[in-house]
Design a protein around this ligand. Structure first.
Ligand SMILES: Nc1nc2c(ncn2[C@@H]2O[C@H](COP(=O)(O)OP(=O)(O)O)[C@@H](O)[C@H]2O)c(=O)[nH]1
Ligand SMILES: [Mg+2]
Length: 345
């Protein structure tokens, strides 16, 4: 049974970077992973691409041929992909029945909030057996301003309602959040979307004329209790592993034991080497079916890492990397010594 993530979010929210980061992470864990680029305007793709929509259609060609602007051209491309769904389906089949696929979507938000083509493509993928989750990336700098935060909540809610998939909203680039000034509240206030009435002062100050409307929107969002956020800093392993666990639970990947193995669900064996002999991979998956925990899984840890004690953590990390580098160099020198001694015998 193939699994997949529909990676969506505004332009620049970090979708392609996330796809590359996840590709590296799952490859290191010997788990299957392929990335499909569905953004016909994606010129510099960082990851190895299993399927690239540019082989079918490019935004530039559409704009040149039909005299469309970038937005109209993008909608045309997605409608074209929908009409040529067979092209995508054939290539997906070649990736095998156990593929785990990241679909890197274009950033135009209307594609995941109101335009129908992407939704219908997703429905066809689901019909053909894909277990999918939407991973909606939102730049974390939006939480540094109350009015922007309200728009990101609405955008997330609208995307959830439109795509109708298991859905994970993610505050991306959380490592940069401290650059945008002090937050009015702790990070968990924003990720857990609990008592939004606390935003009243900030919203009234930013937009006195629409303060009542803004508050009505916040109470609507609160009433339905659908929106919440995970956090992500792509280069931080703990952050990526935590998000990976959350997504595995949403797709159901945690409940798929590898064929012919007694390893924990969601795990994959590497050749004939049992997974349990690879402690990192085992630790990741053995906890996946239980409560979500592990480094980076508590938003208060994320707050400490990237906001409250960022400099101390950076210094600690640099020391650890230096130590690791020294250990690798020492080991290489030791092996070289052995090789030389054996060569002179
Ligand atoms: N500091 C930081 N930068 C990021 C992160 N994720 C993405 N970026 C940067 O954000 C920019 C936009 O990322 P990209 O993946 O192209 O966004 P896309 O348009 O959504 O595909 C690039 O310069 C990335 O290097 C992150 O977690 N931390
Ligand atoms: Mg991109």
């Amino acid at each position: 049974m193939p699994f997949g993530e529909i990676v969506c979010g505004s332009p620049g929210s970090g979708k392609s970077t996330y796809c590359y980061g996840k590709y590296q992470l799952l490859t290191a864990l010997a788990r299957p992973i392929s990335v499909v680029n569905l953004d016909p305007a994606n010129e510099r793709i960082p990851y190895p691409c299993a399927i690239d929509i540019s082989a079918l259609i490019t935004l530039k060609d559409v704009m040149d041929e039909h005299g469309l602007g970038p937005n109209g051209g993008m909608l045309y491309c997605m409608e074209y992909l929908e009409e040529n769904y067979d092209w995508l389906e054939e290539r997906l089949k070649e990736l095998g029945p156990d593929a785990y696929i990241l679909f890197d979507l274009p950033g135009q938000v209307e594609l995941s909030t109101n335009h129908e083509s992407v939704k219908r493509i997703i429905q066809r993928l689901a019909k053909s057996g894909f277990r999918l989750t939407a991973v909606h990336l939102c730049d974390a700098h939006y939480v540094t301003d109350a009015t922007k935060y309200i728009s990101v909540l609405l955008l997330s809610l609208r995307t959830m309602l439109h795509l109708e998939l298991p859905h994970i909203n993610v505050l991306s680039k959380v490592d940069l959040i401290a650059q945008y000034g002090d937050l009015d509240f702790n990070l968990d206030f924003y990720t857990e979307v609990q008592d939004l009435s606390y935003l009243e002062n900030a919203l009234s100050a930013a937009s006195p004329r629409y303060a009542a409307l803004n508050m009505a929107i916040t109470s609507l969002i609160e009433d339905y209790g659908l929106v919440g956020f995970e956090t992500l800093a792509v280069e931080d392993k703990a952050s990526m592993l935590n998000l990976c666990r959350v997504i595995d639970r949403a797709t159901g990947y945690v409940f798929v034991p590898p064929a012919g193995s007694d390893a924990p669900p969601g795990a994959v064996e590497e050749g004939d080497k049992p997974l349990a002999s690879r402690p990192n991979a085992y630790a990741l998956f053995s906890s996946a079916a239980g409560p979500i925990k592990g480094p980076g899984s508590d938003v208060r840890d994320v707050q400490e890492r990237w906001i409250d004690a960022r400099e101390e953590w950076d210094a600690y990390q640099n020391r650890e990397w230096r130590r690791e580098g020294e250990a690798v160099r020492d080991e290489a020198a030791r092996r070289e010594g052995i090789r030389r001694r054996e060569g002179t015998k």
